[in-house]
Design a protein around this ligand. Structure first.
Ligand code: CP
Length: 314
């Protein structure tokens, strides 16, 4: 297991961490990747640490992945879901969290629909806070597992050409990926309908390409995002059918390219909209490797934030 420490007590966004933090997380994740592929997948690293998973918004992958990562590290875990809690009776975020912390919780993993909610919380409590996705702002562990998956699949992130396709405007995954991949030295293009690409996004060091076929011809990796219908207060695209025609990726489209590219997706996939099954389930896709790598990355983040002394053998 690697030694060293992060420059921060919280993981609120990729914007607030350095390239060396990211490299330390990757190196630590390499060790945990070996652990989760052993017959005995559990290590005692976070014994006596209690972690609360506070989910104020729906999740499948992130929630299960954090819980599994915590259990693999032998932490004590409590799960909170807003839909079945006293939030429904009008309790505030701070009251909810203070009540959970009064039960002696050391770390909080939080998903919340409001951008900045984990940052707000980190200023009010002593426990380490990990942002598991805050509205349209950031999803740092998703970006870390995406970049880590590229590194494992292609050998490095530095110099790779990566296109992020789809609903950039509403996507916390896109923003965290932009911060993470540019810090790691990749070249980024964004592709999607003009209505779903924020104005002045080039100021973050990325280029914009509206033609999907040109973007695919340019890239080594396509990270495909879903259309976030739940965050669209107005109609940004005429129809899902038209979106699929212009921005959907199917095997026929990939077969027209001069080269093979890697397909990624953070999930959940809208099959037949941004990605067809003949691509999602093909050898081009590393979508399930992303999910597996997510557990190792989250173990690394929890371990490093808990500030545990490195143990020689895990
Ligand atoms: N990728 C991701 O955040 O998925 P969930 O919303 O299911 O957690």
């Amino acid at each position: 297991m690697s030694s060293g420490s992060l420059s921060t007590n919280h993981l609120l966004g990729i914007k607030y961490i350095s390239r060396s933090d990211i490299e330390l997380i990757f190196k630590t994740a390499d060790g945990f990747k070996d652990v989760i592929n052993r017959p005995i997948k559990k290590v005692p690293s976070l014994r006596d640490v209690t972690i609360a998973n506070l989910f104020f918004e729906n999740s499948t992958r992130t929630k299960i992945s954090f819980e599994l990562a915590e259990k693999r590290l032998s932490a004590d875990v409590v799960n909170f879901s807003a839909s079945s809690s006293s939030v429904k009776k009008g309790e505030t975020l701070l009251d909810t969290v203070n009540n959970v912390l009064a039960m002696k919780v050391d770390m909080v993993v939080m998903r919340h629909p409001v951008p900045g909610a984990p940052m707000f919380l980190s200023k009010k409590i002593d426990a380490s806070v990990i942002n598991a996705g805050d509205g349209t702002h950031e999803h740092p562990t998703q970006a870390l597992l995406d970049a880590y998956s590229i590194r494992r699949h292609l050998g490095s992130v530095e110099g790779k050409k990566i296109v992020i396709i789809g609903d950039i405007k509403h996507s916390r995954v896109a923003l965290s990926n932009i911060f993470c991949l540019t810090k790691m030295g990749a070249h980024i293009k964004l592709c999607g309908p003009p209505t779903l690409i924020p104005k002045h996004i080039e100021s973050l060091g990325v280029e914009v390409e509206y033609d999907l076929d040109k973007a695919l011809e340019w890239c080594d990796v396509a990270n495909v995002l879903r259309i976030q219908l739940e965050r669209q207060d107005i109609k940004y695209i005429p129809s899902l059918r038209e979106y699929n025609l212009y921005y959907g990726i199917d095997k026929e489209r990939l077969n027209r390219l001069d080269k093979e590219i890697t397909i990624m997706h953070p999930g959940p996939i809208n099959r037949g909209v941004e990605l067809n099954s003949d691509v999602a389930d093909s050898d081009h896709s590393i979508i399930l490797q992303q999910v597996e790598n997510g557990v190792a990355i989250r173990m690394a983040v929890l371990y490093l934030l808990a500030g545990r002394k490195p143990i020689s053998k895990i």
